[in-house]
Write a protein that binds this ligand. Structure first.
Ligand code: MTE
Ligand code: MO
Length: 537
């Protein structure tokens, strides 16, 4: 079979390969060379620092540079698929440029190579621009450049390509054709080898990443101040209502990270500095030896729109924030600058700012070590995160926490507030219909309408439902956990056939009724009543 091509060629079949075909061939060489280079970069990154992987570094930089409204749009449109979609787009863009580099290489290897180098250079720059980057983070890009250029040279015939092609392209038939097919066998071998190499390096990178990301098992002591027995939720009686405690694996996730940081407990410390009498650094063991509190707290994201999914509830174990701040002596430092913010920093230099007064007003803000009876999962901030009940996550729930700096808003800014999200962002009163689903088709008769309502710090006293703009009917409430926890609710409805609108609103324990006024999530959280339509047969 392999002989067919040379035979054909030597039989003198005139072989004027259409220029578009040749261009496509060279485009595919560019793509293959780039894929091999990226796989090499990915492998080197897996060994040194996963976040420095070329595609991920570019992706992270794109996230950071994306204007807030676009980010909002992406989260609203794609939900948790926003990350795969972003990585996919970066990949696609890269491969299109790689194809162009291949086509350029057909004319002049130097031109094609220059474009590839520029691409890799961009990735290297992105990796080095990360807040905690070190010189080592250039290594994946260098590997990608070396392997990618080598592959391109191999595939396109290297530096001579341009001249050789121009000399043969004018010639008709026989000689040029046989010359081309003489090359085609070793070239096919190169293509196969490089393809296999790309797959092997990519797979090895993924495997190493997985092995590296296994976290050291930690044993956490029991709380000295426990949360008490957890009540049974309405979900056991009514299908479709969110469980009173969110299973850890179902907890919503929002962060800017494409790769979840891998932090070993033994390499990790928490530092308290800035406007303090005494700068302190704690190891994980030191923190877990302190008095631990256990609290049931609902966490939600400011980006959640009315009726949205970015809210979950869990039992958390950790050290009371004020205990740590007292040890460090907040606000008494020499030349005290009267700190008004706690600037928290994560392992990669990402920052969140929390108003000091809010965090220390008696609420159980905590440095969390455990969740739902186990250690913090990696994507929740292992080994340690901040949690501030009553505030949206972006101003009080720093994951992979390493530093708490007492400072002022004037002096230092944080990631989200630099992007114009509000400085102080107390959670707004909200309620959500979990069942029935919007636009559901129901049978006439008894229907259970149910969901959750929340107003952390204030608690929920009442939930009301209005059908087709009729009177507000008071719903039954599920068990109260704490004022910092959401409350389940349900209402039995005798559904009649036709289209119906179901609206819901909540009232806090201190008597404030959830406003009907609609607000978008930006800049300090969504508001308004959720209303859904259903069709009853
Ligand atoms: N280090 C770090 N911490 C972070 C974030 C982040 O991007 N990086 N995102 C915050 C936001 S916006 C929210 S809503 C919560 C979400 O926490 P979860 O992913 O555990 O639900 O984490 C917060 N903590
Ligand atoms: Mo968030």
């Amino acid at each position: 079979m392999a002989d067919i091509l040379p035979q054909q060629a030597s039989a003198g079949v005139p072989r004027s390969e259409p220029p578009t075909m040749r261009r496509l061939l060279f485009a595919s060489y560019g793509v293959l060379a780039t894929l091999v280079g990226m796989a090499a970069g990915h492998l080197v990154a897996a060994l040194l620092n996963p976040a420095a992987s070329p595609v991920l570094a570019v992706g992270s930089t794109v996230i950071d540079l994306t204007p807030t409204p676009v980010k909002e749009f992406a989260v609203a449109q794609f939900g948790t698929a926003d990350k795969p979609i972003l990585i996919g787009s970066v990949l696609l863009g890269t491969l299109v440029l790689a194809g162009i580099a291949g086509v350029l290489a057909q004319r002049s290897f130097v031109l094609g190579a220059a474009l590839l180098l520029a691409l890799v250079g961009l990735a290297g720059a992105a990796a080095l621009a990360r807040p905690t980057a070190s010189v080592v983070d250039a290594a994946p890009a260098i590997a990608a450049a070396a392997v990618g250029l080598g592959a391109l040279a191999l595939l396109t015939g290297g530096v001579q390509t341009g001249s050789r092609l121009s000399s043969t392209s004018g010639e008709p038939g026989g000689r040029a054709a046989s010359e081309a097919s003489d090359q085609s066998r070793p070239r096919r071998r190169s293509v196969l080898l490089l393809g296999a190499g790309a797959v092997a390096m990519g797979a090895a990178g993924q495997w190493i990443g997985r092995v590296r990301s296994r976290i050291t098992a930690v044993d956490l002591p029991a709380a000295t101040d426990t949360a008490g027995p957890f009540p049974k939720g309405l979900e056991s009686r009514y299908d479709g209502i969110s469980p009173l405690r969110t299973p850890t694996s179902d907890f919503y996730r929002v962060d800017t990270r494409l790769v979840v940081p891998t932090v070993g407990v033994d390499d990790w410390t928490l530092t308290i500095d800035g406007d303090v009498e005494k700068e302190l650094t704690f190891t994980f063991d030191e923190l877990s030896a302190m008095p631990l509190i256990e609290r049931d707290i609902t966490l939600n994201c400011v980006s959640n729109s009315v009726g949205g999914p970015y809210i979950s509830s869990a039992r958390w174990l950790g050290v009371r924030l004020t205990d740590l701040l007292e040890m460090a002596g907040v606000g008494g430092g020499p030349g005290s600058r009267r700190a008004d913010q706690i600037l928290s920093t994560d392992v990669d230099g990402f920052t969140i700012s929390t108003p000091l007064e809010v965090a220390t007003d008696g609420r159980d803000a905590m440095v969390v070590l455990g969740m739902n009876g186990g250690p913090l999962p990696r994507e929740r901030g292992f080994p340690c995160r901040l949690l501030t009940p009553g505030l949206y996550g972006y101003v009080g729930a720093t994951k992979w926490l390493t530093k708490l700096t007492l400072t002022t808003y004037e002096e230092q800014t944080a990631y989200w507030t630099e992007r114009d999200w509000a400085i102080d962002a107390p959670v707004k009163i909200a309620s959500r219909v979990d069942t029935p689903k919007a636009l559901a088709s129901l049978d006439a008769g008894k229907v259970v309408i149910g969901g959750v309502a929340w107003a952390q710090r204030r608690g929920i006293a009442k939930v009301e439902v209005s059908i087709d703009d009729g009177d507000w009917q008071v719903a039954e409430l599920g068990p109260k956990v704490t004022v910092d926890y959401w409350r389940q609710w349900y209402l039995e409805w005798d559904a009649t056939s036709g289209r119906h609108d179901i609206a819901v609103r909540a009232t806090t324990e201190d008597g404030e009724v959830q406003t009907e006024d609609r607000a978008d999530p930006f800049p300090d959280g969504a508001s308004g009543w959720q209303s859904i339509a259903v069709i009853v047969a």
